[in-house]
Design a protein around this ligand. Structure first.
Ligand code: NAD
Length: 345
């Protein structure tokens, strides 16, 4: 269903962290989008967002959906994405839903089917696709500059802002990180972005995968806090995705480590964020590329507006892309957990 309106009237569900630094500023900055309504169960959070970004604030989802909106940004926690998206389908609203799409494969399928049945668009917030780095890697590979892509390495190691709330007495657990570990750990939280990038860059489906985990911090969570995912693609290419929450989590100086590389038959394109290096090596030359930012919410919303007016997905990740990335991340995490259960006697 196209949105044949001059201005797309959008509402947002879940006025938390990513809404505050990513979605709401981008919605406000995107031509063709008007922020009309906010839904947030926590009144204090809702009011804070409303004061900064405007819009009518609701704590009743029905009233929110009946507030004259065409589309919804779902930025609530992963376990409630399904409720938000099924309601959007019922009320006839297009959706841009944050990752991971759902907690189970069945939930993801229900969400996609409900939106398809209502002839509505469902996209997933894989915002890295719109970053300068990811876009230039995609273009470099698509132009054949590195020959046929045969391998990819995506290293995304950070600490999810640390295991503990450092600013509080007695080092209480960082609740954001605690919640993400219960929802599946770093491969499900961040790894879905890298799985999506690998499929997108190599333009080839994942045909099989294996996974190994490490429990660096100890045994308190079932999910590993450091993972190595190995994926084979239909093209014959192979991808390694390394994710971690535990790297330097107790260190005073926090260190993150991000590397993206695609290795082809005739060259390599590689980005190392820590070193600020981004270059392409081909048979004949070496070119330096511009790094730019990691995420690009404005780029994503510009594509959202375009997709709703043309009916074409363009660069946006679809609900199906969301299901695939989430399925691989969850099943791979289960593989690592099962290996550990066999290993420890
Ligand atoms: N794409 C990215 O780069 C990126 C970055 C961070 C988070 N995320 C994803 O965005 C989602 C939200 O993450 P966050 O860090 O902002 O979480 P958060 O906990 O900071 O914010 C979530 C908000 O949703 C509200 N909420 C709770 N139940 C709700 C419901 N039933 N309906 C609507 N809202 C509800 C909460 O009160 C809270 O204000 C998660 O799925 C997360 O994985 C994506």
């Amino acid at each position: 269903m196209r949105c044949n309106l001059g201005m797309i009237r959008i509402g947002l569900m879940g006025c938390g962290t990513v809404a505050g630094y990513g979605h709401l500023p981008a919605i406000k900055a995107t031509p063709g989008l008007e922020l009309v309504s906010l839904f947030e169960p926590d009144p204090a959070r809702g009011q804070k967002a409303q004061q900064k970004f405007g819009g009518r604030l609701f704590t009743d989802p029905k009233a929110f959906f009946e507030s004259g909106i065409d589309a919804v940004a779902v930025t609530s926690p992963a376990p409630v994405h399904i409720d938000n998206v099924l309601m959007a389908a019922k009320y006839g609203k297009h959706v841009l839903c944050e990752k991971p799409l759902a907690m189970t494969d069945e939930d993801g399928e229900r969400m996609v089917r409900a939106m398809e049945a209502a002839k509505l668009k469902l996209f997933v917030g894989f915002t890295y696709r719109f970053s300068d780095v990811a876009g230039q890697i995609k273009e470099t590979v698509s132009r054949g500059e590195i020959g046929i892509p045969r391998a990819a390495r995506l290293v995304y190691i950070w600490d999810c802002h640390g295991k503990f709330e450092r600013k509080q007495e007695g080092l209480p657990l960082n609740q954001r990180r605690h919640g993400r570990m219960l929802e599946g750990g770093p491969l499900v939280d961040c790894g879905v972005h890298q799985i999506d990038l690998a499929r997108w860059w190599l333009d080839s489906e994942v045909t099989s995968f294996d996974c190994f985990g490490a429990w660096v911090e100890g045994d308190e969570y079932e999910a590993p806090d450091h993972t190595w995912l190995q994926m084979d693609h239909a093209s014959g290419a192979h991808t390694l995705v390394e994710n971690s929450y535990s790297y330097s989590h107790t260190a005073k100086e926090q260190r993150w480590h991000y590397v993206f590389e695609v290795i082809g038959t005739k060259g390599v394109v590689r980005h190392n964020r820590d070193l600020g290096k981004f270059d392409v090596w081909t048979e004949n030359e070496m070119k330096c590329l511009d790094c730019g930012g990691d995420k690009n919410f404005e780029g994503m919303y510009a594509q959202f507006v375009k997709a709703l007016s043309t009916g074409e997905s363009g660069l946006l990740a679809t609900g199906r892309d969301g299901i695939i990335a989430t399925r691989i991340a969850r099943e791979a995490t289960e593989i690592a957990i099962a290996k550990r259960k066999k290993m420890i006697v």
